[in-house]
Design a protein around this ligand. Structure first.
Ligand SMILES: Nc1nc2c(ncn2[C@@H]2O[C@H](COP(=O)(O)OP(=O)(O)OP(=O)(O)O)[C@@H](O)[C@H]2O)c(=O)[nH]1
Ligand SMILES: [Mg+2]
Length: 435
């Protein structure tokens, strides 16, 4: 069973609450704040690992929650941090949130933090200062929200065999690799991609045998085209044409099948259309002489400028050449990619592929949106600060006010013409303006 899509629910651990606690000195009225910090919540981490091959595990389990941080303790002892929850996915898994790709885990061992654990709240010992010697408040741990992410597995094949149903794709892969897919004399024998490793000298490469494509695949005809995403990362497409079409419909009919395949690739994704390809005319054994296939092959070469091979997967004719050609094509594409990669590296040293916490980059910008008599202050850091404030504790509120003043929020509001009685909203905090 092959499962290449899943939708799962993840929730990072919440931060533990900071503690309000005092150490009372014996025989005196003196006290010392000693409430410890809450531990940070655990992250949700996706790890690319060959220990899993499909997304099948997400059939049974779709909710994933990392451990919460423990609350702070007296004597300045900090709460334990929550354990990360590591979710193993096959290399080649793409993670999407709200339709856009947030990570592409192609390499074994790559980690991606899809949800960061909440920060632990600071204990009251942290708030001691000259003017505030006995802080009677602590921060609450940061809450986290659950979210849905989509996982998509894209196979990591170097070359992909594409073509009409029954063209002989599965027969070819069974002849050039150890893969043993089902082969039969009816369309859509192959329902999901098969992968085979092909050896060539000391080298090897990976080939994917794809389900057949028909005209209208993009609109769901046949098996549709959703499996085509597996070959988005392939380097080379091998377009397999069924020579038996020449017997019934002649050259034009064969050209029609070629054009339809190219059109469906384009409609699925322009990147597939632009990918390098070669053309293979299969089932040459059906012809007594090489003339008809030879003519077709010259025609396709003239039309596309791409190499065209005539083979028979059944008799074995041309299979050695096919393997050699795919290999050399992949090698030259690899070389080109390496070159481009090194150029890219030298021009932008140290660029990361994806950022883990977007909020961090935006956290400094404070935006204030006016809506009539309401002023909404937007800033991640500030919202987090409010969320971690114990709003029922008057001392904690005083501290928050002091922080807001330091950040000059009041001044900015005044400049925007805020009146007494106007409402200010920061995260879950709503208050009326007064002097
Ligand atoms: N005569 C002849 N028949 C072939 C050749 N290659 C494949 N076939 C036959 O064509 C039929 C389809 O072969 P498959 O390998 O299942 O074709 P496929 O392209 O994988 O088909 P789907 O999985 O349905 O897309 C089978 O009956 C094969 O035996 C060939 O070189 N010559
Ligand atoms: Mg097949």
């Amino acid at each position: 069973m092959f499962l290449d899509e899943a939708k799962i629910n993840i929730k990072a651990g919440e931060g533990g609450n900071g503690l309000v606690s005092f150490f009372l000195l014996k025989g005196s009225y003196k006290k010392i704040a000693n409430g410890g910090n809450g531990g940070n919540g655990g992250n949700i981490v996706f790890r690319a690992s060959h220990s899993v091959n499909t997304l099948l595990q997400f059939r049974r389990k779709i909710h994933f929650k990392a451990e919460n941080g423990q609350p702070g303790m007296p004597n300045n002892r900090n709460g334990r941090r929550g354990e990360d929850l590591v979710i193993h996915v096959p290399p080649g898994t793409v993670i999407k949130e709200k339709g856009s790709i947030i990570a592409d885990l192609t390499e074994e061992g790559t980690d991606f933090i899809a949800a960061a654990g909440g920060s632990g709240g600071r204990g009251n010992a942290n708030f001691v200062s000259q003017s505030r010697r006995f802080p009677g408040f602590a921060e609450k741990g940061e809450k986290t929200e659950e979210k849905w992410v989509n996982l998509e597995l894209r196979l990591l094949a170097d070359a992909a065999l594409v073509g009409f149903p029954n063209a002989g794709k599965s027969t070819i892969i069974s002849r050039i690799s150890a893969a043993r897919p089902r082969i039969a004399d009816y369309p859509f024998t192959t329902l999901s991609p098969n992968i085979g490793v092909v050896s060539f000298g000391d080298d090897s490469f990976v080939v994917a045998d794809m389900p057949g494509i028909l005209e209208g695949a993009h609109s769901g005809i046949g098996l549709g085209d959703r499996f085509l995403r597996h070959i988005l990362r392939a380097k080379l497409l091998v377009i397999i044409l069924d020579a038996s079409v020449l017997l019934t419909g002649g050259q034009e009919a064969l050209e029609d099948t070629f054009n339809i395949i190219r059109k469906e690739l384009k409609l699925y994704d322009a990147a597939l259309y632009k990918k390098d390809y070669i053309i293979v005319i299969n089932k040459a054994d059906l012809f007594a002489s090489d003339d008809i296939c030879g003519k077709a092959s010259r025609h396709f070469y003239k039309k596309t400028g791409k190499p065209v091979l005539i083979i028979s997967a059944v008799s074995g004719k041309g299979l050695g050449e096919l393997v050699k050609l795919i290999h050399s094509r992949i090698m030259s594409i690899n070389k080109e990619e390496d070159l481009q990669l090194s150029l890219k590296k030298s021009s932008s040293a140290g660029t990361r592929i994806y950022t883990i916490r977007k909020e961090d980059a935006e956290s400094d910008k404070i935006e204030i949106i006016r809506d009539g008599n309401e002023f909404i202050v937007k800033n991640k850091k500030l919202e987090k600060m409010v969320a971690m404030t114990d709003l029922e504790n008057s001392e904690a509120l005083e501290y928050l006010k002091y922080k807001l003043k330091k950040m000059k929020i009041g001044d900015r509001l005044k400049k925007m013409g805020i009146d007494e009685g106007s409402v200010v909203i920061i995260g879950n905090l709503v208050f009326e303006m007064s002097d």
